[in-house]
Design a protein around this ligand. Structure first.
Ligand code: UD1
Length: 430
């Protein structure tokens, strides 16, 4: 079992290059099978979730050619199977994007029903509502979602909740329906816009992505394209909070600063200096930060995927903070782990009260999920002494070369898989 071992106390200083957005990549790879021509996707992050999606696509017969770590060619002309097995869904929920992609292109898809996960129950009723509204028969049989349609017809869909997954999934199917679909109360996240741009580059006719209403005029066929994925706002935000929590000075490179507005605004509230450039953002934290109030919301609100990172930083800030988690019900597990490092927090329902402490002391903790795992590494980098983070497979799902990037900023962190390697690290850092 791999773990991260961290010796805290060094402020992170320097520049770090941000990769392509994992959540955009997962949907774009699924959408890439919707044409029979070859699609080239660039700026893919080399993370486990993306690799599983590539396997799922080749599992149904598409040709996948990895040109290099960040580039792949996909050709969907050889697909002979419309069934996505539970093994893939268990590893990445987002393989459900193949439901919208296959239904749109072939009018048939069978995808294992995703269960809950560590951050909550995560229903997919809005996805199914959208497919049904387009005229598909959708049944749940033996743990599978079976969707089929003679034809998909443009329609008017009002989503009951703002969902990134449902917006993207239904948008993909509607892009190949007859006539006009109007989707209201949709998610406005940057990766929704990126997927719409990608589909349009293949010949789709989608307008309004990034606003509350998306209008899609269905087309019969898509064509080849070459497309580069947007930068990952969550990876960028994670390094920005790592700078804040360690009282450092970090510039994240290759980002779209506009996508980071909510994160930047909170860092400023807490007393950081933030400098924005065309495609970079610098965060400087001098001294102890201040408490603040946070509520997670759909974009452009403060992202739920950045909640644990601000949580660990607030646990070291002066004063009392509150965090309200309005998207997922089970996203405070990391606070229990953080208590082992000295944090003082109290969770009631969907809100957490955090009394900032002056310092954390290194401890052994477990990553409960992807973002919380990254946040615990930030806590370790800010703590006195040694921290060991278990279950780092979660972190590897979504962060490329995480420990290398942190080391390049002066963080003392290594991936270890034996007691011997732990001892070696301890000897090295003294
Ligand atoms: C995506 C992201 C995830 C991020 C989340 C919110 C990917 C692969 N994952 O997840 O990292 O945390 O957006 O920004 O892109 N809901 C329903 N019914 C549905 C669908 C969703 O009730 O059919 C609820 C969910 O339980 C949740 C809320 O809507 O409370 C938002 O979920 P959603 O935006 O769909 O998240 P995901 O797309 O699963």
């Amino acid at each position: 079992m791999e773990q991260y071992i961290i010796k805290g106390g060094n402020p992170l200083v320097g520049e770090v290059e941000i990769g392509g957005a994992k959540n955009a990549a997962l949907a774009i790879l699924a959408a890439a099978i919707m044409t029979d021509e070859t699609v080239l996707v660039e700026n893919l992050p080399d993370v486990n979730d993306v690799n599983v999606m590539l396997e799922a696509i080749s599992g149904i017969g598409a040709m996948v050619q990895r040109i290099d770590r960040h580039t792949a060619k996909i050709n969907g002309s050889t697909i002979g199977d419309f069934n996505i097995e539970y093994d893939y869904i268990k590893k990445i929920r987002a393989s459900y994007y193949l439901l919208g992609a296959l239904l749109g292109k072939y009018r048939r898809a069978e995808v294992a029903l995703p269960g809950g996960c560590n951050i909550g129950s995560r229903p997919i009723d809005q996805h199914l509502k959208g497919f049904r509204a387009l005229g598909a028969d959708v049944d749940i049989e033996h743990g599978k979602i079976v969707a089929e349609a003679e034809n998909l017809h443009g329609t008017h869909i009002y989503f009951d909740v703002v969902s990134v997954g449902a917006t993207i999934n239904v948008m993909m199917a509607a892009a190949m329906a007859d006539s006009l679909t109007i989707m209201e109360n949709v998610a406005k996240e940057p990766h929704v816009v990126d997927v719409a741009n990608f589909l349009n580059s293949m010949g789709a006719n989608i307008r309004g992505a990034g606003t509350d209403v998306i209008r899609i005029r269905g087309v019969k066929k898509f064509h080849k394209t070459e497309y580069s994925i947007i930068p990952d706002q969550i990876e960028a935000g994670t390094f920005m909070f790592a700078a804040a929590a360690t009282k450092g000075d970090v510039t994240v490179l290759n980002v779209i600063p506009k996508h980071l507005d909510a994160t930047i605004s909170k860092l400023i509230d807490m007393g950081c200096e933030v400098e924005e450039f065309d495609d970079a953002v610098r965060v400087v934290a001098k001294g102890r930060l201040r408490s603040t109030q946070v509520k997670t919301l759909p974009y452009p609100g403060y992202p739920t995927d950045m909640q644990p990172q601000i949580g660990v930083t607030l646990a070291l800030a002066k004063g009392t903070s509150t965090i309200t988690e309005s998207i997922f019900e089970n996203r405070f597990k990391y606070l229990g782990e953080l208590a082992r490092m000295g944090a003082v927090t109290k969770v009631e329902g969907n809100s957490a009260t955090i009394e900032g402490v002056e310092k954390f002391s290194g401890a052994r903790v477990s990553a409960p999920d992807l973002r919380a795992g990254a946040a615990l590494c930030i806590a370790g980098l800010a703590a006195e002494g040694i921290t060991i983070v278990d279950d780092i497979v979660y972190i590897q799902r979504g962060y490329e070369r995480f420990e290398e990037k942190l080391r390049s900023l002066g963080g003392m962190i290594e991936k270890v898989s034996s007691e011997k390697e732990i001892q070696k690290f301890k000897l090295k850092v003294g």
